[in-house]
Write a new protein. Structure first.
Length: 245
């Protein structure tokens, strides 16, 4: 049976992963796929990606790196994304993965005007979200966790933004029949979001944010989390015979 790839582009800070785990674990929990169906490919550490035809789908994780650095492993992954689009492989990019998908397909990534966006955000659906396979499962407004400095400034040709925050117009993007990405983190729990804010407490204060207020505003994000299950149902299962747990 073909595996679902977790394309690991980075890792959570050690102070967070030691207590809460790391990206592969969080995505496994959110996707609720059998372990036998999942394969982690650590592209940041040099793992080679298999041929897209040999995969059932791919989830591309977040990273502390910046897409604009155009690191060799990142650019190789961008080329793989383009090949995967050619065979209509189900893909979900998150944070760095979201930006990398847009970059790979012709969009422009850069630093978000106004600086870092961090904490539990209010996300608003827009455009044709109610007609989209994933967007239709979301309420008009919902909460999601985010932490990023760069963002998608210009979408690739043909891509459509389905949801936005107050500062970032491209928090949920559709690229093709089975390809979508989120700037927010559907795999984050409230505890993980708080851990990220605490870790950046002094930096946030220096940047003019109020970290204590950000901590107080953290709430569970069930609608954002369910997007992972919707991805399995609407894209992975719709394009293969794989059975979910």
């Amino acid at each position: 049976m073909k595996p679902v790839l977790i394309v690991r582009t980075g890792r959570a800070p050690e102070t967070i992963s030691a207590r809460h785990g790391d990206f592969p674990r969080w995505f496994r929990l959110g996707l609720r796929l059998r372990d036998a169906h999942v394969r982690v490919i650590d592209v940041e550490q040099g793992d080679r990606l298999p041929d897209p035809d040999d995969c059932a789908g791919a989830v591309i994780t977040g990273s502390a790196s910046m897409v604009t650095e155009k690191l060799p492993w990142s650019e190789r992954t961008a080329a793989w994304i383009r090949n995967a689009m050619d065979v209509d492989l189900p893909m979900l990019g998150v944070c760095y993965g979201h930006q990398l998908m847009s970059h790979a397909l012709g969009g422009r990534v850069d630093y978000l005007p106004g600086g870092r966006e961090m904490g539990t955000l209010r996300i608003v659906t827009q455009g044709d979200a109610e007609k989209d396979a994933l967007g239709a499962g979301l309420p008009q407004e919902f909460h999601a966790h985010a932490t990023h400095e760069q963002s998608v400034m210009e979408l690739p040709r043909g891509a459509v933004s389905l949801a936005r925050s107050d500062r970032d117009p491209h928090h949920l993007v559709r690229y093709g029949k089975h390809a979508i990405s989120t700037q927010f983190h559907p795999e984050f729990s409230a505890e993980v979001m708080r851990a990220y804010i605490r870790r950046k407490h002094d930096v946030l204060r220096e940047e003019g944010h109020a970290p204590d207020a950000l901590l107080a505003a953290v709430v569970p994000t069930p609608d954002a989390t369910m997007l992972l299950r919707h991805f399995v149902r609407e894209h992975l299962l719709a394009s293969s015979e794989m059975s979910a747990a």
